[in-house]
Design a binder for this molecule. Sequence first.
Ligand SMILES: Cc1cc2nc3c(=O)[nH]c(=O)nc-3n(C[C@H](O)[C@H](O)[C@H](O)COP(=O)(O)O)c2cc1C
Length: 351
Amino acid sequence: MNPHLQPWEISADNFPADSFTTDQLEFLLGYGILAPSSHNTQPWLFQLHTMHMDVYADRRRALRVVDPYDRELTISCGAALFNIRVAAEYFGHQCRVNLLPEAANPNLLAQVDLGLRCETTSEDILLFNAIQQRHTNRQPFRPDPVPEALLAALAAAAQQEGAWLQLVSGEEARNRVAELVAGADLAQWADKHFRQELAKWVRPKAQQARDGLLAEALGVKDWLSFAAPTLIRTFNRGAAMAARDREVALGSPVLAVLGTDAETTRDWLLAGQALEAVLLRARGEDLWASFLNQAIEVPECRAQLAEVTGRGGFPQMLLRLGYGPKAKPTPRRSVRDVLIRHKSGEATGKW
Ligand SMILES: Cc1cc2nc3c(=O)[nH]c(=O)nc-3n(C[C@H](O)[C@H](O)[C@H](O)COP(=O)(O)O)c2cc1C
């Protein structure tokens, strides 16, 4: 059995319903860590207290080149937070979240506590069941259209979390977005610092990784995966990536921008929760998603993308959505690895 699948095999049957709040919060974390994160860095840490839990940014896992302001890092933590909320509600607890509770401590992103028991709704069940089914799916999608009602539900899900989801519609706009993605690929791959950072997070297939990107996610063939970090560090594959991503973008039935009206840490946390709300709602209806975020990571492209959406505000994620073949789970660190056990802030896991 592949050990990297283990965190994905968490079973709701094991929820410690009759135990202390701390034990319950620790169990909920098992769902939090299944959230998506940029380069699968899993840049989060958690501290359990008797009645609540603290969610911290782990900036040792920051991507200084591709994400210099920790925007994507914060979005990733927001997505983990949303999973925790969904799981709490599934187990019948109201989840109260206080974002950025201490101005003097910017690493403390949120405080979570469990309120009185509430009734589990069918929506809670749909979202909860989707947590273990959600994976980033970079494969081509079928051309089948996505029902309008589902797209409206996704936009409503984003809005409920304080963000917006804007579809890119019309051939001209879709072409412009595909060109932005391709242009961003060329710009990023031409930068050796970008390649060095990416190479650090790429894991050859044979390695029993607990984080990072599997080489196949970057289109590296299985038999070459052992050499993937070196290949990525050394060669500018920008032209190939641009051609592939242009085609993938244009072939996706839905392209959509998730954004916020402002650009603060709080907005990034809202965007992360909205992102996971959209992804889980989509997955609950059999829809897959992946991201073409390079068009947001390169500042000039981000400004142009904002123009294409035709609305003010700040694009945070560029999504493609559609129906397609199954995607596989990716590695995760265990809950133990991301728990802060001591006041000094040290986690138990290896780094
Ligand atoms: C903020 C953020 C940005 C991301 N950007 C990209 C991206 O530009 N391209 C991509 O292929 N995946 C992107 N991802 C997906 C991650 O690589 C993926 O979540 C991670 O590898 C874990 O895999 P999983 O989502 O299948 O669990 C992004 C995820 C997050 C949360």
